[in-house]
Design a binder for this molecule. Structure first.
Ligand SMILES: [Zn+2]
Length: 140
């Protein structure tokens, strides 16, 4: 079964040894996303695959999947919106490293102590998958 994900991750540490972390977060933990939802009772399922590529770049490849309930901006009624998103992030510690990052990765900037907030990582990916203005098909 899916376990609850830890609150913070240490991507460089995790990437030293190839490993996959699977888990869930509740939507209500996602502070930027949840105001856009009619119902934040659901969960997001997350798979995070850590490793280091041939160039020595630490990466996190992953997928998020959730059934979101957005608010249709026309009729203001709930609108089911399934999200399946995959991503490929290069773990970096500063702006220099972002510049040098291969274009196959989006940067994942860790904090000074080497950690990232799990919720922020997940939330970023979900927000990127949302429509700019949610509307039912029949409401367009
Ligand atoms: Zn509508």
């Amino acid at each position: 079964m899916f376990l609850k994900l830890p609150k913070t991750l240490e991507p460089f540490q995790l990437a030293r040894k190839p490993q996959v972390i699977q888990g869930v977060m509740t939507l209500s933990e996602l502070e930027r996303l949840s105001p856009q939802l009619c119902d934040s009772d659901g969960q997001v399922q997350v798979t995070l695959d850590f490793g280091t590529d041939l160039e020595g770049q630490a990466y996190v490849k992953g997928a998020v999947s959730a059934n979101l309930s957005l608010i249709c901006q026309r009729c203001m009624q709930p609108m089911d919106y399934p999200v399946e998103s995959q991503f490929s992030l290069g773990v970096v510690k500063d702006a220099d490293a972002i510049e040098k990052l291969s274009s196959q990765y989006e940067p994942l900037l860790v904090r000074e102590d080497g950690t990232v907030e799990t919720a922020e990582l997940i939330e970023e990916e979900l927000l990127l998958s949302l429509p700019i203005v949610p509307k039912h098909k029949e409401c367009i």
